[in-house]
Design a protein around this ligand. Structure first.
Ligand code: ADE
Length: 240
């Protein structure tokens, strides 16, 4: 079976695998549970100066990445993939905010092509022509798509079967239920006059489970009313 494939188009291929070369993702990369190719967009420039960007029509600050250069880079990636059809994602603060549900579906697929912009971003026509899915990591602006691409791929790779150990299973964690995580504690039992909650020392599994669920709900209600409303709605669809 072919492993999950990530193809990243970037002006800074040396940024990859970067942090994804470490820990669980790094081990899985070595074990070929997934693959990563960073493709240098500059190799597809058409002139001797290897120009990839130009000034915006209509004026204004910054530079825009040329559609023809990006198109050639994508053509090459597609021809390397043969019959394999992967979604083309464009990392951009204008995109749909990435959710755990989208991560789950991307991770369950065969891989992703991730386009990283720099400067003011890509010419709109190449976004349209390739029907790119714009994806945002949050409502703030990074200096380029590379860090966002690393974040997205990390979230996907850890869900590939065999990447996480069985004691680090994703089922229990944040967002899988639509709630933030309950608090965690370890030794020492008392630290700086702070005690571990008594119930966690009780050995009573049902009481521990109920306490964790209640804390997860409380933390979500306090910190993320948006998530809380959705959770409450899903639990009790008659409520609105
Ligand atoms: N590129 C620049 N900022 C970004 C963001 N917030 N999310 C995704 N890609 C980006």
């Amino acid at each position: 079976m072919n492993s999950w494939a990530a193809k990243v188009l970037t002006l800074f291929p040396d940024m990859f695998p970067g942090p994804l070369g470490y820990s669980l993702a790094g081990k899985a990369l070595m074990d070929e549970l997934w693959s990563l190719d960073a493709i240098d967009i500059r190799c597809f420039a058409g002139d001797k100066h290897q120009t990839v960007d130009d000034t915006p029509f209509g004026g204004g600050p910054g530079m825009v990445m040329r559609p023809d250069v990006m198109d050639r880079a994508l053509d090459e990636v597609m021809s390397d993939l043969g019959d394999l059809r992967l979604p083309v994602l464009y990392m951009s603060p204008r995109g749909a905010p990435l959710t755990q549900a989208r991560v789950r579906s991307l991770s369950a697929g065969q891989g992703v092509i991730v386009v990283c912009g720099r400067y003011e971003g890509l010419d709109e026509r190449v976004i349209e022509a390739w029907q790119m899915e714009e994806v945002s990591l949050g409502d703030y602006v990074l200096s380029g798509g590379e860090l966002a691409a690393l974040g997205l791929m990390d979230a996907c790779v850890r869900l590939i079967p065999g990447v996480m150990g069985s004691d680090e299973s994703p089922e229990e964690e944040s967002f899988e239920q639509g709630l933030l995580e309950y608090p965690h504690y370890t030794r020492p039992r008392t630290w700086c006059n702070r005690n571990v909650p008594e119930v966690l020392l009780s050995g009573h599994h049902e009481r521990v489970r109920a306490w964790r669920q209640a804390r997860a709900e409380e933390i979500t209600r306090e910190r993320r009313p948006d998530l809380w409303d959705r959770f409450a709605q899903d639990r009790d669809p008659s409520r609105h």
